[in-house]
Design a binder for this molecule. Structure first.
Ligand code: SAM
Length: 299
């Protein structure tokens, strides 16, 4: 459900073949990872952009699919979107079977080049730095995945996202303490601008405290090529992420009961850690229906 479509996997392989990255892709990927680990978000060269598409985009795509699916399940939708820091077009791929009109903003020339190779030439991609972007229009939704953590002027970028959107703002970040901190910053600015968090919880302040951070996880299959690039033995990877969707108009969207950890399944009962409007609670359920609930669901 969260895997990249086969034709994109095929294009990725072709790209590597054409540019000789099947031989030195692991090196380009390890340079890229090293930069991310050191929070060194310098301009990527073309081989690093291809390595990003192969090594990271399957996971960011999976997370985007997960978040879009949950949003869709609430009965909401949007008809056009600006994808800020679009990279190689993970959101574009995720939306390709929908009627949503899509525009991207991506400052890296190498990323834009790989975006076009994977998605064709039809998308509108603004090439400027988001901080200087002068929009021609506003959007129903503004979307940023794995972007806020990278940008220097986070507050300016966040305010601009809210400013450009008429209805929804989506922010997806790595499931790390630093990604979570960006989500908290976004929540603070949203509250100042009268925007409301819809998902994964509807509380303006976070109920977690101490060393804990709110995040979720999806399991993704690894292709042979992906495993080789990452020097990995397991046929799957777990991608941890944080996210928040804000709405301009809606408050009190649902009774807040978000399962914020992997449920602990025992014989005859399941233990859930749940975020409620009154704080974090541990809940034990014995009914059959609860057995199916997963991390991220509403109890
Ligand atoms: C980690 S990538 C995420 C790409 C994509 N959204 C995804 O989920 O796979 C972050 C992208 O943001 C772009 N970026 C960073 N700062 C930017 C800025 N100030 N203006 C426009 N793009 C920016 C980078 O070039 C990079 O392609």
């Amino acid at each position: 459900m969260f895997d990249l479509p086969n034709d994109i996997l095929y294009s990725l392989d072709e790209l590597s073949e054409t540019y000789g990255l099947n031989r030195n892709g692991a090196r380009a990927y390890s340079e890229l990872s090293e930069n991310y680990r050191n929070q060194n978000y310098r301009e990527l060269d073309f081989s690093q952009a291809v390595a990003y598409a192969q090594g990271r985009m399957p996971a960011t795509y999976g997370v985007i699919k997960y978040v879009l699916e949950r949003f869709k399940n609430t009965g909401r939708n949007f008809s056009n979107v600006l994808d800020v820091g679009a990279g190689v077009g993970a959101l574009k791929i995720a939306l390709r079977d929908s009627k949503v009109s899509y525009e991207a903003l991506e400052k890296s020339e190498s990323m834009r080049k790989v975006f076009r190779k994977l998605n064709g030439d039809n998308s509108k991609i603004y090439s400027e730095d988001f901080r200087k972007f002068q929009a021609e229009t506003s959007y129903h939704a503004v979307f940023a995945s794995y972007f806020i953590n990278e940008i220097k002027d986070k507050i300016l970028a966040l305010k601009k996202m809210f400013d450009l959107s008429e209805k929804y703002v989506f922010i997806l970040e790595p499931g790390t303490p630093s990604g979570y901190k960006s989500i908290l910053e976004a929540k603070k600015i949203a509250a100042e601008l009268d925007w409301y968090p819809l998902m994964p919880c509807a509380t303006q302040d976070c109920k977690l405290s101490g060393e804990d951070w709110c995040h979720f996880s999806i399991r993704l299959p690894r292709t042979k090529h992906h495993a080789k690039l990452k020097n990995a033995a397991l046929p799957y990877e777990d991608e941890k992420f944080c996210y928040v969707i804000f709405s301009k108009k809606e408050t009190g969207f649902f009774e807040n009961n978000t399962v914020i950890k992997r449920p602990i399944k025992k014989s005859g009962h399941t233990i859930f850690d749940v975020c409620t409007s009154d704080g974090i609670r541990r809940v034990v359920r014995t009914d059959k229906a609860s057995k199916k609930l997963q991390w991220g669901d509403q109890l």
